[in-house]
Design a protein around this ligand. Structure first.
Ligand SMILES: C[S@@+](CC[C@H](N)C(=O)[O-])C[C@H]1O[C@@H](n2cnc3c(N)ncnc32)[C@H](O)[C@@H]1O
Length: 223
């Protein structure tokens, strides 16, 4: 695991840097913040991919990275929060896949992991405040896809119903906006999916509700 603070510090939200915000969010409880399960869109879109090298951007508690590693992928998993990377690494040990995952701490707006990957995946790479340069990060993500590889970007289509005005400064782009922001050369990529989808999620007090998310899946053509 890469240790130390993420390179550079951007003040982004309520007087906190993104790193401080996420360390506090994850460090505020010994309980998991997320479910520990892989994201449904990763399972839907990633199950038929041949395992190779994967990059998980904003990996959080590692549910996706661990799922990929169990399926035979070698995973580089990145997050800005050292607190969550330690938690994720413990879960990977428990799952018996620690040797297949390289946990790296980066503020992706400042530094980006080296290498080329057969799958680059970014699930819910959202952050409060207006500081995270998401479009720039996603362009770097596209550049890191190997020929023949896949870029999978999944995001929320809107805020949750119980907190509609929580983070008004965060823009949640449509999948078409995400695609346009990548500015991919038309003859070098194939769009496999670019759409909204609905999924069931547990809200506060465990009450189920339907959330709309969006998915963009593009393949870099060989040659
Ligand atoms: C909404 S969570 C999603 C976590 C995980 N992908 C999932 O689906 O469960 C967003 C994650 O992005 C990370 N993150 C936010 N800003 C980041 C940045 N600038 N660089 C790297 N990771 C960042 C956060 O620490 C957090 O773990």
């Amino acid at each position: 695991m890469t240790t130390g603070k993420a390179e550079g510090t951007r003040m982004s939200y309520d007087g906190m840097s993104d790193e401080e915000f996420w360390d506090a969010r994850y460090g505020g409880s010994h309980q998991r913040v997320w479910s520990g399960d892989p994201n449904v869109a990763l399972v839907a879109e990633g199950s038929d991919l041949e395992p190779g090298r994967a990059l998980d951007l904003g990996c959080g508690e590692g549910g996706d990275a661990i799922w990929l590693a169990r399926r035979g992928w070698r995973v580089t998993a990145v997050d800005i929060s050292g607190v969550v990377l330690e938690r994720a690494a413990r879960s990977a040990e428990e799952a018996g896949v620690a040797g297949r995952i390289d946990w790296q701490r980066h503020d992706l707006g400042v530094s980006f992991p080296e290498g080329e990957f057969d799958l680059v995946s970014a699930h819910f790479l959202h952050s409060p405040g207006a500081g995270m340069p998401r479009e720039k990060i996603l362009r770097a993500a596209a550049s890191a896809v190997a020929p023949g590889g896949v870029l999978l970007i999944v995001g929320h289509a809107g805020p949750p119903p119980w907190d509609p005005d929580g983070y008004p400064e965060v823009h949640l782009p449509t999948p078409q906006e995400v695609l346009e922001g990548l500015a991919l050369p038309r003859d070098g990529w194939r769009v496999l999916r670019c759409e909204e989808y609905e999924r069931e999620q547990a809200g506060p007090e465990g009450r189920p509700f339907t959330r709309t998310d969006n998915v963009l899946k593009v393949r870099r053509l060989d040659g």
